[in-house]
Unconditional design. Structure first.
Length: 397
């Protein structure tokens, strides 16, 4: 039996890992000259005229260099020239050019390269770029694959890296692939592809959007979460939280609590909110602003008596204190909270706000000891689009 195991191990060690490799050669070129990205016609030429140099291949080489000790076990399938061929060849890998790219390259070339690599049956596609490149890869994968999905992993090389498909650094991307090449267990999970409108961003307007998801090899030390890889951009994170909550509310009757985080949700809907009050919304239309507890209770009773409309409560965390009830939202009385139900409470907060609590629990201080204990335990907190963390809730001492 040991001989069989040894032979099996030998066969595994000799198996060739088929690595798909794509570089967007102009990714990030506009960053150093304050152009906020490389998307858009003429932007790369303008950046070059201002003295910018492309560094995507340099960052791609940093990722691939981690894999050079395994070059005999890896066969790289890539696009010609600066889209991957030169980078991989210079590092001594066996290279198969699956797509001949014209000059200059465009977003369409990224998509065509992805299609060629998938047809080659690569084990994973490693690509260097920014969120625009991730969108191109995602678009083609979703168009080609209905039931199965080739895993991908991004090497961060662009100006905008908001998507969860990227490793935290180029070297980290190489480490994740190294784990796959050496047959370590790596979890596959779905990650969001996000991007902002660069034209609006250049005008000072930040507008984020989710474009889809792709399967990635997940290793928490090396792969970033959406909006969690480094310092959060509050405006982008709040828009992500708002998008998630709006999807959750659908046609529900929504009671929106006080606070700037919940205000951002109503801002995203384009409706007026009461920053230090409680509002009632349905289908992105305000039914009542700054309601009192008796008004809220009456509305809940009428809604429950009218039929199947579900009621949801959206609240946020008091920064630095951690209260979710009992500070600034006394309109949300024990009878109101009980009528809504724990399962219909949506708590929202940025990860920065949660981190500021220094691991202290959230606090439910409703004035009803039994309710406070019922609310204790772990609650999901929405921290982004399809991004939640479980966080402990305690009743007051």
């Amino acid at each position: 039996m040991s001989d069989v195991n040894e032979q099996l191990a030998s066969n595994i060690s000799k198996s060739v890992f088929k690595l798909g490799f794509i570089v967007n050669p102009i990714a990030g070129i506009g960053g150093s000259v304050a152009l906020k990205g490389s998307d858009g016609e003429g932007v790369a030429d303008k950046a070059a005229a201002l003295g910018a140099t492309a560094k995507a291949n340099q960052r791609a080489a940093t990722a691939l260099s981690v894999l050079t000790p395994y070059s005999e076990q890896i066969e790289i399938f890539t696009a010609s020239g600066e889209m991957g061929e030169h980078c991989a060849s210079d590092l001594g890998f066996t290279v198969n050019v699956s797509y001949q790219a014209p000059l200059p390259t465009t977003a369409e070339d990224t998509e065509r390269a992805v299609e060629c690599l998938i047809k080659q049956g690569v084990d994973v596609i490693l690509f260097a770029g920014g969120d625009g490149t991730a969108r191109n890869v995602c678009h083609k994968i979703q168009a080609l694959e209905l039931n199965a999905q080739t895993p991908v992993l991004g090497i961060p090389a662009g100006c905008k890296i908001h998507s969860g498909v990227y490793a935290v650094t180029p070297k980290a991307a190489g480490r994740v692939v190294e784990m796959m090449v050496t047959n370590q267990l790596v979890t596959l999970t779905d990650a969001d592809v996000m991007d902002i409108d660069e034209a609006l961003f250049r005008e000072g307007v930040v507008k984020a959007k989710r474009y889809g998801e792709m399967q990635i090899p997940m290793e928490l030390r090396y792969v970033q979460a959406v909006k969690a890889g480094g310092k959060e951009s509050d405006e982008l994170v709040l828009q992500d939280i708002a998008a998630h909550v709006i999807d959750e509310l659908d046609d529900c009757l929504a009671i929106i609590g006080s606070g700037s985080t919940t205000a951002a949700i109503m801002d995203e809907m384009g409706i007026d909110n009461t920053l230090l009050g409680v509002d009632v919304v349905k289908e992105e239309v305000v039914l009542a602003n700054d309601v009192t507890e008796p008004e809220l209770w009456k509305l809940i009773q009428e809604t429950h008596g009218a039929g199947d409309t579900q009621i949801k409560l959206v609240i946020t965390v008091i920064g630095g204190q951690g209260h979710i009830f009992g500070r600034g939202n006394q309109q949300l009385s024990p009878r109101v909270i009980k009528a809504i139900g724990k399962d219909n409470i949506i708590v929202v907060a940025t990860k920065t706000k949660l981190a500021s609590l220094a691991a202290r629990p959230l606090i439910a201080d409703t004035g009803d000891d039994i309710l406070d204990k019922a609310l204790s335990g772990y609650l999901p907190v929405v921290t982004g689009y399809r991004d939640q963390v479980l966080y402990p809730v305690a009743s007051p001492e």
